[in-house]
Design a protein around this ligand. Structure first.
Ligand code: PPS
Ligand code: MG
Ligand code: MG
Ligand code: MG
Length: 318
């Protein structure tokens, strides 16, 4: 089946959301705290509102599973007003009530055909003025079919800032500037490309196990220092051949943490369609349609494919 319309709606939504996020970031955003103590900003809420509104209008039958919900916002009129103000830059007649309702369109359930979205992946990076991503994915029959990822702060080869990654199952992966222009098809690092045999990992030490990640990379034969980067932009770096590996191993401080589908779905299809491979740390494929959290999987290994089994073996031995 063709996903042309799904792809275009997701691209337009991601670009609109990226604009809102950049606008908020120019004003030095402040973080609010969620129940789990993680940060959320008016941009996370505004981005989710815009994306849910667009997906729901185009595909009213599809459920949407988003990271945020509007419960806290509904009891904080001042914050809701701020979010609405930013949404109005793109939807001039939006009301606070509508904005909260759009955000809550993302409270859908997984199963069958549904969308998952992370309005800002790497909120800590967003707050630090580093990398972040707006990530949207369509899932059907447990598999990601379409993935769109806007990385507003990622530099392209041309020096321009703002990259858009797009993948459709069976049709390959592409990258272009968010502002438009040439669409380049993506290919992971070739087996003999020694220069790009480096790996990427998270900035936040608490989101992984950096000492084990570095030990495994060394065992596999990587000699270069890792590149540390926030958000699913790391998948874009692997898909575009700027690194051969992204490792995310469970942090010893949070061994019970399980990954959310919206933190990986869009990035995973972009890498797979660029010729790479994505599994958990035991080599199992990621079940994107079973639940919001992938409860039976731990650790994420993303590679150019050729080195994948070697990495899994080194991990087992580590
Ligand atoms: N303990 C732990 N282990 C693993 N992952 C965690 C953990 N805590 C949070 N998160 C999730 O990490 C998401 C951001 O991942 P990043 O790779 O961007 O991390 S980092 O910002 O570079 O540190 C971040 O996504 P956002 O909340 O969308 O930013 C979280 O879902
Ligand atoms: Mg978050
Ligand atoms: Mg995230
Ligand atoms: Mg997020």
């Amino acid at each position: 089946m063709s996903y042309e319309r799904e792809k275009q709606v997701a691209i337009d939504a991601a670009i609109a959301a990226a604009k809102l996020c950049q606008e908020v970031r120019r004003e030095i955003p402040v973080a609010m705290e969620k129940i789990d103590k993680s940060p959320v900003t008016v941009a996370d809420y505004g981005s989710q509102a815009l994306i849910c509104k667009a997906l729901n209008a185009a595909f009213p039958e599809d459920a949407i599973v988003g990271e945020e919900d509007a419960t806290d916002l509904r009891s904080n009129a001042e914050q809701l007003q701020k979010v609405t103000h930013h949404v109005q830059s793109l939807v001039p007649d939006a009301t606070p009530e509508q904005v909260a309702d759009w955000i809550d369109c993302g409270n859908g359930d997984v199963g069958g055909r549904f969308w998952t979205l992370d309005p800002i992946d790497g909120t800590k990076g967003f707050l630090r003025q580093d990398q972040y991503a707006v990530a949207i994915a369509l899932i059907e029959d447990n598999e990601v079919k379409v993935g769109v990822m806007a990385c507003p702060a990622l530099k392209l080869e041309s020096g321009e800032e703002g990259a858009l990654f797009v993948a459709v199952r069976g049709e390959g992966a592409t990258m272009q500037a968010i502002s438009g222009g040439t669409v380049r098809s993506l290919q992971v690092v070739a087996a003999d490309d020694v220069e790009n045999m480096r790996f990427v990992e998270s900035v936040e030490a608490s989101h992984g196990d950096q000492s084990r990640q570095n030990a495994v990379a060394k065992a596999v034969g990587f000699t270069a220092e890792s590149r540390r980067m926030d958000s699913q932009a790391k998948y874009g770096i692997v898909a575009s051949g700027q690194a051969a590996l992204y490792m995310r191993l469970p942090s010893p401080k949070t061994p019970d943490y399980r990954e959310n589908i919206w933190d990986h779905a869009a990035g995973a299809i972009v890498v797979e369609e660029a010729g790479g491979r994505v599994t958990d740390m035991h080599g199992n494929s990621l079940p994107f349609g079973m639940g919001k959290k992938m409860v039976n999987n731990q650790g994420i290994v993303v590679s150019n494919g050729t080195i994948h089994d070697t990495v899994l073996k080194a991990l087992q031995d580590s």
